[in-house]
Design a protein around this ligand. Structure first.
Ligand code: SF4
Ligand code: SF4
Length: 334
């Protein structure tokens, strides 16, 4: 365990599983309505105040679609008084007035998800005609009122040919960063895995060919750029389950916010301590071991190998011939 941290510096919360889109790949298997077991806005406010008091400095709020949570803007304003806040959204509910409201609530950064650089590709995933133009308009509105804005894209077979176009589009819109994210075998993505997942060589080829426009920063979630960050992360999903990281939501529960605090779970949950220790069987030669950050992502290591200490197959030096376009049998949906 990292001896210097007494609380996780960064916490991600999935505040609701309600969403107006119907993405084929949705990790949370979200639907139009909030699920009955979700924490109420009052429970979230209480929990977030506790996080701030316990020393958390950065709060990432995602969904579902966070803007659908009743009372969300008030909660955001309250959280932004004591923490750096980030909101991840698909953007279709952000018009000029909502962009100003997010700014006025003190949001630190907004991250807008797209699944391509064109309407047809994005909307093949979202199932919502017009959603691409609405997401692009959201970026425009946010930038226009001075909100730091990123665009995120989960790399798939369908959108790989459009990643360069997305970088160019984002730069033209005035976004600060584009995040190209790996595809995780979670939620509905598992049902269509073979249709949308790329082998690692194709993922690396796509990333390697990118030219980053001046003024834009490219973030990408492939090791070694993206280290094993279990040592500093914490996450809670909509029903209050404390899962350590959004990408661990199907494998882990460290307790529930209705019966414990995040800090208590951080201090006492045995598996969380194992993951934070950064013990891995192997890591690449260039990999930093500082703060247990070596060995790549624990979620994909566990997904493919069933061991928390296993090599991350998204790392070219640790892939060991794993075909990432094929899901292990035990992850296949029933
Ligand atoms: S926008 Fe996000 S939360 Fe909504 S359905 Fe798509 S992936 Fe799920
Ligand atoms: S599961 Fe992966 S992305 Fe999540 S905190 Fe651990 S290393 Fe980071």
């Amino acid at each position: 365990m990292n001896p210097r941290l007494t609380a996780p510096p960064k916490v991600a919360i999935s505040i609701t599983e309600a969403c107006p889109l119907s993405c084929k790949h949705c990790y949370g298997d979200c639907g139009r309505e909030a699920r009955p077991a979700e924490l109420s806005i009052g429970e979230w406010r209480e929990a977030i105040a506790r996080l701030a008091a316990d020393g958390v400095i950065s709060l990432h709020i995602e969904g579902g679609e966070p803007l659908l949570k009743p009372g969300f803007l008030d909660l955001l304003a309250e959280a932004s008084r004591s923490m750096f806040t980030m909101v991840r959204t698909h953007g279709t509910l952000i018009d000029a007035a909502m962009a100003r409201a997010l700014r006025d609530a003190g949001v630190g950064r907004v991250l807008v998800d797209v699944m391509g650089a064109t309407g047809p590709t994005h909307e093949w995933f979202t199932g919502a005609p017009g959603s691409f133009d609405a997401s692009v308009a959201a970026v425009r509105h946010l930038v226009a009122c001075g909100v730091a804005t990123d665009m995120l894209l989960i790399l798939t077979r369908q959108n790989a040919p459009e990643v360069q176009d997305l970088l160019d589009l984002a730069a033209g819109l005035g976004a600060e960063r584009v995040g190209v994210l790996r595809l995780y075998p979670l939620g509905r993505a598992k049902r269509i895995w073979q249709e949308i997942a790329l082998p690692l060589a194709d993922q690396m080829r796509t990333l390697g060919a990118l030219r980053v426009p001046a003024g834009l920063t490219l973030m990408q979630s492939w090791h070694p750029n993206d280290h094993n960050c279990c040592w500093q992360s914490a996450a809670v999903i909509a029903n209050g389950e404390i899962v350590g990281c959004p990408y661990l939501r199907e494998y882990v529960s460290h307790g529930n916010l209705r019966s414990t605090t995040l800090l208590e779970a951080w201090r006492t949950a045995p598996l969380w301590q194992v993951l934070r220790a950064g013990a891995v069987e192997r890591s690449c030669p260039d990999c930093s071991a500082a703060e247990g950050s070596h060995g790549g992502c624990r979620a994909t290591a566990y997904a493919w190998h069933g061991r928390w200490t296993a090599p991350d197959p998204f790392d070219v030096t640790l892939n060991d011939g794993v075909d990432l376009s094929v899901l292990p049998d035990r992850l296949l949906p029933a």
